[in-house]
Design a protein around this ligand. Structure first.
Ligand SMILES: N[C@@H](CCC(=O)N[C@@H](CS)C(=O)NCC(=O)O)C(=O)O
Length: 230
């Protein structure tokens, strides 16, 4: 028996990306099932996967436990695979990583609503509001402290669950050309070159329709995915 995960559109569902990335990044077997956001069948697909389910991602554990939230998936996998490095081992780094994950899960609403994750198109000419700029300043402070301590390329040096939670944020910075420091830009570049992220994006390019909800009405440019060794 393996884990089973239900995800939404790979190009748009940022929470699905957070649910799926740990399986790919730490080579944990998982059976993937997909649904499409905003379609009539969406509710039925959720109900079929787990009665009463309201959102993606969701995961069934091999033992029959249901995880219907990305942060629950993260904590479960860190606990189930304690030797794989999902969280840093250093106690200070580990606490900081847990805090960064919780902050992301609960926050950054202005950035999230103004810049929905879109891995099919990048946009020129996006003008961030003051609220979005305030979110970017908070990211600079949080990421900066971790990157200064670790030296990068990821928040705690090697890739951890904290990076999983900020991967869709990095995609927003890349896709909307948001103004960040060189240090934050290097962190975004590390995500763009990350194998599992590249795999997720590639799988999403041909799966399902373009979702009109995500049209920004701005000039389009190709999404800036980098080669793995960049
Ligand atoms: N707190 C949830 C959020 C999940 C979520 O909002 N997923 C979106 C897709 S990215 C969804 O399923 N939306 C459908 C709806 O809310 O009706 C988590 O962390 O997993």
């Amino acid at each position: 028996m393996t884990h089973r995960i239900l995800i939404g559109d790979r190009s748009y569902s940022s929470w699905s990306l957070r649910g799926w990335l740990p399986f790919a990044a730490w080579d944990i077997p998982v059976q993937v099932e997909t649904t499409i956001l905003y379609r009539d069948a969406f509710r039925a697909d959720l109900e079929r996967f787990a009665p009463g389910l309201r959102s993606v991602p969701a995961v069934w554990t091999p033992e029959g436990g249901l995880l219907s939230d990305s942060i629950a998936i993260a904590w479960h996998l860190a606990e189930a695979f304690p030797d794989r490095g999902l969280l840093p081992t250093d106690p200070v780094d580990r606490a900081t990583a847990q805090s960064l994950i919780a902050i992301m899960h609960a926050g950054f609403q202005p950035l999230r609503s103004a810049c929905p994750m879109n891995l099919r198109n990048a946009w020129d000419g996006f003008v961030p509001s003051d609220a979005v700029r305030a979110d970017l300043a908070r990211l600079e402070a949080l990421w900066g402290a971790a990157l200064d301590r670790s030296g990068g390329p990821f928040l705690f040096g090697a890739y951890t669950l904290a990076d999983v939670f900020y991967a869709p944020v990095a995609m927003r910075i890349a896709g909307y050309g948001l103004p960040v420091s060189d240090r934050a830009q290097a962190y975004v570049a590390a995500h763009l070159a990350h194998g599992p992220l590249r795999q997720w994006r590639a799988l999403g390019q041909t799966a399902g329709p373009e979702q009109p909800t995500y049209e920004m009405g701005l000039p389009r440019r190709p999404f800036p995915i980098l080669p793995p060794d960049a």
